[in-house]
Write a protein that binds this ligand. Sequence first.
Ligand code: ARG
Length: 460
Amino acid sequence: MSTKKLWGGRFAEKTEQWVDEFGASIPFDQQLAEQDLEGSLAHVKMLKQTKILSAVDADQIIAGLESLQQQLLAGELEFTIQNEDIHMNLESILSDQIGPVAGKLHTARSRNDQVATDFHLYVKQQIPTVIKELKQLQKVLIEMAEANVETIMPGYTHLQHAQPISYAHYLLSYFEMFQRDIERFEFNMKHTNIMPLGAAALAGTTFPIDREFSAQELGFDEIYHNSLDAVSDRDFALEFLSNASIMMMHFSRFCEEIILWCSYEFNYLELSDQFSTGSSIMPQKKNADMAELIRGKSGRVYGDLMGLLTVMKSLPLAYNKDMQEDKEGVFDTVKSIMPSIKIFTQMLATAKIKKENMAAATRNDFSNATELADYLANKGIPFREAHAIVGKLVLQGIETGTNLQDISLDEYKKISPLIEEDVYHDLQSEVAVERRNSLGGTGFKQIKLNIERAKQLWEA
Ligand code: ARG
């Protein structure tokens, strides 16, 4: 294999191996081999179409590139540090295989628009997979919500019992978050589906290229309108990392709750054995390792975002070698998020919900205090006053170990003669949940409406 530098003409001295190693991106950008061949094929077909290359030359290069595609699939291609990156490695192998005509492939092209094109193609391939996996999770959330409209659990603020809610309502709140994630990735696609190819190094080219032809070959919806922007832009990758970060933040919150709920103290949930691990010393342990790892991966994905933001900050236009640092973080994020979504989905789908414990937690507390205040307000007592009255009852209740539903009607009558037997109906957590039918509330009617809405969104 030839290792003569493709840009070596201007140089008298050789670089040293360790310097080459530092500058090379081939150890990681070989992941873009498929996209690079695809981009080169589109480019040479365009050169043929515009007669910049003769049909004879172009056909030879096309056949050579198609053969490289086969060799790549068969795992037969070998890359070397001396050829620096995937672009020059593939060109050099092509040259070894078809001879000097390979040198015509790079006509009207630079590695700057080449690498940007490869990277666009790569991110463009990832986005639909992320969306598909998120939709799989949304499907599980809808199914679980349907089965749990009347499953009552404590709703928390400040991690303190606040008001009882339906477990379906809780699940659907995550459906909404993942819906926004999907929409963000869909928008990300708009900025990824733009082709830099044809921008050449930075200023375009004197050759009569046909960028529309290349864009059609590569399936790009749009073409960068400014050649400087085309080779300098990494917004699409930053958006991808940013969307992945927000998405992982959602997973991290969900995981945190799952971890808490699997604890002895909460005991609302038990993960299936498939998604749990034990301890090498404590025989009783069943740990939610997968949930913890997904929570941990969120930090790593944020790091990838911060890394690329920092690389891009202050870079003068157009291409700078700094930008070679754009790829590994994106690869790392893809490697982190894909299994995270998959594992999370199955972990959730196979978890056992301990409905009785969830419901019991809403009875042995004061999370029905708002119900009593609302009850008094409905009888005409100003809400602030009602709030103060109930606050006192809670204070007494804590001292005597009496919940609001256990206070006798005689006692209630002493507070207000307006309180009737029906107060006990309102104080039940099931009733508290069922009745909260303001738009978007946890009331059963609202949840059923939202399940229908979720199904429509899912199908759209
Ligand atoms: N390996 C380089 C990268 O990943 C390709 C572009 C190099 N362009 C250049 N002018 N040095 O960014």
